[in-house]
Design a protein around this ligand. Structure first.
Ligand code: FAD
Length: 285
């Protein structure tokens, strides 16, 4: 990185491991289309308790074979140190130097006794640092609208700071549609002495029902005015997507204009919505 690159925003794309051979074939095309705009890295999600671990491993291995920088997610809940150690060794052997370190969620109804050796993400960050010193750049999750299980925002911020004190290098946020939530969170983190980059997570809007269900589960708010408009489109997907694109485009512009250090796109294994935002943000030039 040269001096002029230091403050250039960094862009990254998130994928999930495909579940079928058709999904796998489609993902390769999607990756080729996304790779053409040269993101900083591709991250690949991983289910808690190791549920999609093999798929995550295969997907990042394939990305590496294409010469692309990747960041596997590692959701520690339900895992033991030996499993995590083996996984980190496998990633290190592939030349991977970035990990998204997460707690993950146990399926509802699972007792806390199944949590395993790692109860919270800060314990995973500490473990990675203890075992691998500075071998990995560690990303952690941040929640501008606060984590749904946090008793209050102040405690959630303190817990976010624990991950940074344990050795996190940067953070990626849960998605949100209100730029003020992000700027307020960053200000509060800075007040606590947290200096790491906090990159906004961006969820393109392409399907209202799915987005509403997902947002309710993860505590991301779709503002009432946007919800009403999206509901109003019904089956008219073309209008819904055009409106969703404008909402997210404006959000990205506000975030970058306000000093966000980059954007992390939740691509949902589709290239079109992310690349449309990319083009209209003028990022190709
Ligand atoms: P933590 O930072 O451990 O926080 C979880 C909760 O516990 C919060 O309420 C926090 O306030 C509290 N807390 C934290 N530390 C402590 C402590 N020491 N003592 C007491 N309370 C504490 N999930 C997956 O399963 N797979 C993925 O690939 C995945 N990728 C994600 C990527 C991003 C960018 C984001 C934002 C989320 C992702 N998630 C993923 C979802 C995430 O796993 C869930 O939101 C999960 O509930 C919390 O994970 P965390 O790492 O933020 O947990």
């Amino acid at each position: 990185m040269n001096a002029t690159d230091q403050h250039r925003p960094a862009f990254s794309f998130e994928l999930f491991p495909p579940k079928t051979p058709e999904g796998s074939a489609k993902l390769k095309t999607v990756i080729a289309e996304l790779a053409a705009v040269a993101p900083e890295f591709f991250s690949v999600t991983s289910g808690a308790g190791g549920s999609t671990r093999a798929g995550t491993f295969e997907t990042v291995a394939w990305l590496r074979r294409q010469g692309l920088d990747t960041a596997p997610h590692l959701a520690c809940i339900g895992s033991n140190p030996d499993e995590v150690r083996a996984l980190l060794a496998g990633y290190g052997a592939q030349g991977i130097h970035r990990i998204v370190a997460l707690r993950g969620d146990l399926p509802s109804g699972t007792g806390t006794g199944s949590a395993g050796a790692f109860r919270y993400a800060n314990e995973l960050v500490e473990f990675i640092r203890a075992e691998h010193a500075a071998d990995f750049h560690i990303e952690v999750a941040a929640y501008p609208e606060y984590h749904p299980q946090a008793p209050n925002p102040a405690r959630d911020l303190e817990n976010f700071k624990r991950k940074v004190q344990a050795g996190a290098d940067s953070a990626i946020t849960q998605y949100f549609y209100n730029a003020d939530a992000y700027f307020g969170f960053v200000d509060a983190a800075r007040t606590l002495g947290v200096e790491i980059p906090i990159v906004p997570g961006i969820m393109p809007i392409t399907n209202y029902t799915q987005l509403a269900r997902f947002s309710d589960a993860c505590g991301a708010e779709i503002p009432r005015w946007a919800r009403r408009r999206l509901e109003g489109y019904g089956d008219d997907l073309e209008s819904l997507r055009a409106f969703g694109h404008e909402v997210v485009l404006r959000l990205c512009r506000n975030l970058l204009d306000g000093g966000a250090p980059g954007l992390h796109f939740y691509t949902m294994n589709q290239s079109g919505p992310t690349l449309r935002l990319w083009a209209d943000l003028g990022l190709s030039t």
